[in-house]
Design a protein around this ligand. Sequence first.
Ligand code: GLC
Length: 467
Amino acid sequence: MSLEEAFEETKKELTITTDQLNEITNHFVDELNKGASVNGGNIPMIPSWVLNYPTGNETGEYLAIDLGGTNLRVVLVTLLGEGKFKFSSEKYPIPEPMRTGNSPDELFDFIALNLHNFVISQFGEINKIEKPLPLGFTFSYPALQTAINTGVLKTWTKGFDIDGVEGNDVVPILQNSINKLKTPINVVALINDTTGTLVASKYSDSKTIMGLIFGTGVNGAYYDMANEIPKLHGKLPDDIVENNEPMAINCEYGAFDNEWKVLPRTKYDIQIDNESPRPGEQFYEKMIAGYYLGEVLRLILLDYYSKNLIFKDQDIKPLQAPFAMDTSYPSRIEEAKDKSFIDELFLESFNIKITSIERNLIHDLCILIGTRAARLSVCGIAAICKKRNYTSGHCASDGSVFNRYPNFKSRAHNALNDIFQWNCDPKDYPIQLIHAEDGSGVGAAIIACLTEKRLEQGKSVGIKSKI
Ligand code: GLC
């Protein structure tokens, strides 16, 4: 097989046609419905207990932390009302070994210590704080919730793998670590990043219909009417039933098609799954999320190398290390105006000298990988629109792939148009991806505030027995 033939084959495998988009979207709608049914399905469709919409008039000072990727973020948010807010925040990289340790303490004590120091930096001495500060905990993993302040981790995603957390409620684990340091903080709400994004964006833009993350992982949240979620029938407290309140649903749709009925998975996607800490899970996410895009490129290159099509007679050991390329590689390669950047990148990172043919090949592969990710990504959006009969609105989007992968947004809009056939000027597409407000900070603060208000008013924040 020649290099041209190999590339043509890869191109065919990575190209998502309009027919495929439609087939995948239709199956996605079925899977969303199945996930919300009493028996459940692949997609967890987690009721978040975030009830009602923010009004934009919420006010107060709240702490928020965000755990979900490579960094821990700690935020102090002041909600000012009228859809306005201000905040200050700090980022702390999570040391690699903590992401796969054998006890939760190491990670949660690390969070608590940084939180403690952050509070001191913002408020001065701890004993000057009169009443405990309310904290919204953005925990961006599939956590099953029977109330707003609980979250039992179903399974780790995005390469995290710490023993002793799956099957446990992460709120008391965090609260215990906080209490060890005597920091005056109450964890009042557990939030997914997508739910936070949905709520933060709705606080300042009433046209928001969903909150989406295209980052290390991929997921979406939207509002459904609590009474219309089959798996909650009989479990909702009376006040929620009577008021027929909207509730945000954290879909966890990275798990879409784990039964592998429609996704055009390639041998590279299958290898990524097989070698991951949780094979058989998050099939959709593993094809399109930032954690995996560089790995797809790396595996294709290794495959071509094994067929003696590229990097001939070169020692490629550094490239053979799993995850040797993060998503910034395909993203920077596609973005490079001067393609000699690719030569430098391969030489510096992997000590590989590339030819001009290889340079063009690598660039074209990055376009294919990025385009596939964007096109598949919108199937989740289109499915939510179809399920909720949304024909217009803003999809609040955040995450490193959305923010930094070149052309992601325009490719996503093209694919949405392929599905819905608006065929007008792209700026007039009725459904638009819009850059989100800070979901994990501001969103968590608003949710903490909404929760406090509900509790003050004696309203429910969880299933019948857990009010
Ligand atoms: C993964 C997590 C999910 C999160 C998403 C984006 O899919 O399981 O909770 O929302 O990544 O960060």
